[in-house]
Design a protein around this ligand. Structure first.
Ligand SMILES: Nc1ncnc2c1ncn2[C@@H]1O[C@H](COP(=O)(O)OP(=O)(O)O)[C@@H](O)[C@H]1O
Ligand SMILES: [Mg+2]
Length: 289
């Protein structure tokens, strides 16, 4: 039997009706997604951490991602960042099939930036140095053109309405402020998609507001933001759509019409888990919610 080559797969996918991809929201009215993932599967030995996940990501939209501990949220993000490889499934960026993912293609071809909970910053360096540290290619340029790097850092911090100065030492900033630096990198390198995994878990409660404002600011700048949080009230406040993961699979995707309560959302999570535990298929709970 002839093995399918990538172009074959591309043609097959191009011919598929759009209904085949999951994660469709009702509110996008023909706007194509920036990024789609289709039928992603990731196993760790016997554990299926991501189970046939299809999701669309749209510009200027915040997608909340919720689910119990171990539901597969972080693993799903790790497939998006290229840190882990999917066992199967494909990515489509602006309609174009992307077959190979690595941390580098994720950043450069899929334009994805991940904001890690334990921020990946160098405390002994300044804000502007940290901003440019992420990109190997530019590292050399820092030495050549400090002035323009610092200038660009100032501009990006202004876009984020931040009071942080480019020459501040990152180690002297609060957790919330460090998050601004991490997010500023996403703007600096013109990423389209910003992933945040429990961004408020490591900061003080009174800074949560700042992070939520940043999420909304990124949305206004046209970014697709994916927010993972166990703080359901935060998810409900800033998300346009909410995807509920249960045992690696999408149990439900809801448009957030701001009439959903924390209790409703918790129940959706619970029902998704119960339904899947009972052997139900993806995408539906027994009776809506
Ligand atoms: N590197 C790994 N090796 C083995 N199992 C893993 C690994 N990462 C995650 N898992 C397992 O995959 C499942 C999903 O985990 P995770 O994506 O971290 O969930 P969440 O972020 O929703 O809490 C869990 O059962 C977890 O134990
Ligand atoms: Mg996690």
């Amino acid at each position: 039997m002839k093995m399918a080559t990538d172009p074959d797969i591309a043609v097959q996918l191009a011919q598929m009706p759009t209904e085949v991809t999951g994660g469709k929201a009702t509110g996008h009215q023909g706007v194509p997604p920036l990024l789609s993932v289709e039928h992603l599967v990731k196993n760790f030995g016997p554990v299926r951490a991501v189970d046939d996940v299809s999701l669309d990501f749209y510009e200027g939209e915040v997608l909340g991602l919720v689910g119990d501990n171990g539901a597969g949220k972080s693993t799903l993000l790790s497939l998006l960042t290229g840190y882990n490889h999917a066992d199967s499934g494909v990515f489509r960026y602006r309609g174009k099939l992307v077959t190979h993912t690595s941390p580098s293609t994720s950043r450069k071809s899929l334009k994805i930036e991940m904001i890690y909970q334990h921020l990946d910053l160098a405390p002994d360096l300044t804000v502007w140095q940290n901003l440019f540290l992420a990109e190997e290619k530019r590292r050399f340029k820092i030495l050549l053109d400090k002035h323009s790097m610092r200038h660009r850092a100032t501009q990006v911090l202004e876009e984020l309405a931040s009071k942080i100065r480019p020459d501040d030492l990152v180690g002297a900033l609060s957790g919330g402020e460090q998050q601004v630096v991490a997010i500023a990198r996403a703007l600096l390198f013109e990423r389209d998609i910003v992933l945040m995994d429990e961004p408020t878990a490591a900061i003080s409660l009174n800074k949560v507001r700042d992070v939520l404002d940043l999420v909304l600011r990124l949305k206004r700048l046209g970014k697709a933001v994916v927010l993972v949080s166990h703080r359901l009230e935060d998810i409900l406040e800033v998300s346009d759509r909410i995807a509920i993961l249960s045992r690696g699979a999408i149990a439900q995707i809801v448009d957030n019409d701001h009439q959903i309560s924390v209790t409703d959302l918790a129940r959706m999570m619970f029902e998704g888990a119960v339904y899947r535990a009972a052997g139900g298929e993806n995408g539906k709970t027994s009776e809506g919610v």
